[in-house]
Design a protein around this ligand. Structure first.
Ligand code: HEC
Ligand code: HEC
Ligand code: HEC
Ligand code: HEC
Length: 245
């Protein structure tokens, strides 16, 4: 009895927390219409451009959920260093950054969590082309070859988006800040030391927790420091978290 009571109390608390967030999100929202939030500056995924339910103008199928465009509870893609990943691995090939003054090692191709970002942002895989479509929204569907994408293209008319242009990087990453490179200040004194897989508040990735990847600078869930920055870059504060110049 006591247990049930405290469980109920805990649930009540959790509900209250969600109420609070709901109200807050509503207050911060702008623009007309119902739906899962309208702002793009939100600190909750649903209120950001990473809520792909809002991307119908790009020809994206509304899968009825928010996380599903990136995560799935089952049968996820373990090749990608992002938890419970619901998208295929993009194959590139990627042209990586190079310059004579680079001192650290840049991988031959994009790796780790960067592949998660590139599975949309290189524009080779449809935004709504996920591994598992939510059964809760679409009912039981027949899997084809273990993935749903084959079925998706004709069962649900899930298609490659055609108008994802604004934030597309393509596979040529030579004109972008280097990624998939080993953070090693011993090779260059103009960098702050890393500790426990972090440089300040910024996270390094990979088996040895020493890789600079897209997600070192970007938090895909939180657009309060637009565009999805891990921290404010006012006065280049984020750049200077790593660079000591
Ligand atoms: C647009 C893609 C995208 C969407 C949508 C998305 N995520 Fe993520 N998520 C990622 C990526 C990429 C990572 C790995 C990078 C990281 O750790 O920040 C991640 C990591 C996570 C993690 C691990 C966090 C950590 O610090 O290691 C959790 C938990 C998570 N997501 C939950 C969610 C939930 C819940 C939703 C829906 C409300 C959601 N995500 C929506 C892309 C997404
Ligand atoms: C499921 C597909 C998908 C994944 C995965 C994804 N994105 Fe996006 N991202 C989008 C879409 C769609 C937009 C909105 C594009 C637009 O409006 O042109 C966007 C927008 C952005 C923006 C611009 C935000 C703004 O306010 O202008 C940034 C930055 C970004 N994504 C970074 C990332 C990074 C970094 C990752 C990986 C950690 C990632 N994205 C993963 C689909 C994705
Ligand atoms: C070293 C930090 C860093 C890394 C690594 C990084 N970005 Fe960014 N990115 C930024 C900053 C800072 C901006 C904002 C630039 C601006 O405001 O002009 C940005 C902007 C963007 C935008 C918005 C561009 C636009 O035209 O609106 C996208 C999309 C994006 N990044 C995706 C990615 C992806 C995908 C990766 C990995 C392949 C990546 N970023 C790696 C720092 C980084
Ligand atoms: C997470 C850490 C990190 C952040 C944040 C970061 N950088 Fe870097 N940056 C690096 C590393 C590591 C290198 C590779 C340095 C080397 O090998 O000498 C690099 C390389 C560069 C280079 C190329 C240097 C060359 O020799 O070609 C430039 C320019 C640069 N960063 C600018 C920026 C700017 C501008 C920002 C902020 C928008 C930024 N960086 C944010 C870690 C970071």
């Amino acid at each position: 009895m006591k247990k049930t009571g405290s469980f109920l109390f805990a649930s009540f608390l959790v509900m209250c927390i969600f109420c609070g967030n709901g109200l807050f999100a509503q207050g911060g929202g702008s623009g007309p219409g119902p739906g899962p939030g309208n702002t793009i500056f939100g600190n909750k995924v649903a209120d950001t451009p990473h809520n792909l339910r809002k991307a119908r103008n790009m020809g994206v199928e509304d899968l009825g959920e928010v996380c599903v465009y990136c995560h799935t509870p089952h049968n996820n893609n373990q090749q990608i260093e992002a938890p419970l990943w619901n998208r295929e691995t993009p194959v590139g090939p990627y042209d990586m950054y190079d310059s004579p003054s680079i001192d650290m090692i840049i991988a031959g191709s994009a790796t780790g969590v960067s592949l998660a970002c590139l599975s949309c942002h290189d524009n080779t895989i449809g935004l709504d082309q996920v591994i598992n479509i939510p059964v809760s929204q679409f009912g039981q569907v027949t899997l084809q070859g273990g993935t749903i994408s084959g079925c998706a293209s004709f069962c649900h008319e899930i298609h490659h988006k055609t108008t994802f242009e604004g934030t597309v990087m393509g596979t040529d990453l030579t004109d972008d800040h280097p990624i998939s490179l080993t953070y090693d200040p011993s090779q260059d004194p103009n960098f702050h030391p890393a500790a426990n897989g972090q440089v300040g508040a910024l996270r390094l990735y990979g088996t040895n927790k020493d890789q600079v990847e897209c997600a070192s600078c970007h938090n895909p869930h939180d657009n309060s420091n637009r565009p999805f920055l891990r921290m404010s870059n006012e006065n280049s504060a984020m750049c200077l978290t790593c660079h000591d110049i």
